[in-house]
Design a protein around this ligand. Structure first.
Ligand code: GLA
Length: 395
């Protein structure tokens, strides 16, 4: 379901089946893949993601005079009811917690949202490190804009969604996922300075190179707890080094402070300091269309996430190893894990004319080594959140 008219038709038909009328509003928000800058958005670093052409689409219609909204998830084939007052205890692991969290944050900002029926469709893999939850949050905030006429300032919209993730899903994520889903641009990567929140779009329009995303199809479920631990370890290390931001810390400073840190803290800090530098260098390599350099920095990033930050797993390493064995001769410039880690996806830079063969070999060798079937897809950098249809405006 990729082109816009077929998306609109498909969700409209499904909405009609669930709610016996047509939707007045249809909105969409994409998932993202991060090319480099792993686990440094919450460490004042830089990240280099792009929005995917896979997204969450919500079709909805207002229902006057009701006290709760109904949400239908096509993926989970499940209906949820969200009371308008949004006072339920957060932190549930239910799929609708992301929607409820955003509605609650909007309400906390004084936005009155009428009750609505909504159908949620998504082709962003869940648990793949591709920000399916941020896409759902940003799609919800975009729906709120469409049905209330209230327009958020775009960065504020991303931050509101991040807050919903913190409070309702209990994940202390950085700003990358929600910013990517809001600010995505066709044929551009986003260099996001997570300290100043300044964003620079970097053209990525060539036909000769593709971004290949491969799902290990495992999720080790360590994610959230380990994620929080990494944040604590980094904050602790920074304090011991005596700096107020990782941006002030050079590799030389780190070596000077080494004796103050535990070996785990040293390793985490090593990743953060080197990854900040790698991400800046990679953005320059992309600007210069130097794919060899960009690819080798991406592979270095994986090695650091695996050895120093310890957020990879056997399956991710297996995919990256196979891609590296293929190497530039067979069309692969570089590969790394993407997202939170402990399963999920890898991202790799591959020559367009080699990609079909790379996918075939990768799936085959991965299945031989792990007994698991991987799947992969190519994505162009895509548009951020948008309203696809709004009949309320013409009423
Ligand atoms: C998750 C978080 C992001 C980021 C990545 C790791 O996706 O939601 O904020 O920290 O992990 O780069």
């Amino acid at each position: 379901m990729s082109d816009q008219p077929s998306i609109i038709n498909n969700v409209s038909t499904q909405f009609q089946e669930q709610f016996n009328r047509s939707p007045s509003v249809i909105v969409a928000a994409p998932g993202r893949v991060n090319l480099i800058g792993g686990h440094i958005d919450y460490n004042d670093g830089f990240v280099l993601p792009m929005a995917l052409d896979r997204k969450v689409v919500i079709a909805a219609d207002i229902k006057e005079g009701k006290k709760s909204s109904n949400l239908y998830s096509c993926r989970f084939e499940s209906m949820a009811e969200i009371p308008l007052e949004c006072t339920r205890t957060p932190h549930t692991s239910e799929w609708y917690t992301y929607v409820e969290g955003v509605l609650a944050q909007c309400k906390a900002q004084g936005i009155e949202i009428p009750a609505f029926d909504a159908l949620i469709y998504s082709d962003v893999p869940v648990g793949g490190g591709l920000s399916s939850s941020a896409a759902l949050e940003v799609a919800t905030a975009t729906l709120v804009e469409a049905i209330t006429g209230n327009r958020f300032e775009q960065a504020q919209k991303a931050l509101l969604c991040q807050e919903a993730e913190h409070r309702y899903a209990g994940v202390p994520c950085g700003i990358m996922d929600q910013f990517s889903s809001v600010f995505g641009k066709v044929n551009a990567l986003m260099l996001l300075d997570c300290q100043s929140q300044e964003l620079k779009h970097i053209p990525f329009a060539g036909e000769s190179l593709v971004v290949l995303i491969t799902n290990t199809n495992v999720s080790h479920n360590l994610g959230d707890g380990e994620y929080k631990k990494r944040r604590v370890q980094c904050d602790g290390a920074l304090k011991k080094i005596g700096a107020s931001s990782w941006r002030e810390v050079s590799l030389k400073d780190l070596e000077t402070s080494r004796s103050l840190l535990s070996s785990i803290e040293y390793n985490r800090a090593h990743h953060v300091v080197t990854e900040i530098e790698r991400t800046i260098q990679a953005s320059e390599a992309f600007i210069n269309q130097d794919w060899l350099r960009a690819g080798s920095l991406i592979t270095d990033s994986h090695n650091s996430l695996r050895d120093h930050y310890d957020v990879s797993c056997v399956e991710l390493n297996t995919l990256v190893d196979i891609l590296n064995e293929l190497g530039v001769d067979q069309g692969v410039y570089g590969a790394r894990m993407t997202g939170g880690g402990f399963g999920g996806c890898t991202v790799s830079l591959v020559k367009a004319d080699s990609v079909a063969t790379v996918q075939k070999t990768l799936h085959q060798r991965y299945a031989e080594k792990t007994g698991i079937q991987a799947n992969s897809f190519i994505s162009r950098p895509a548009q951020g959140a948008q309203v696809l249809q709004n009949r309320l405006l013409t009423k």
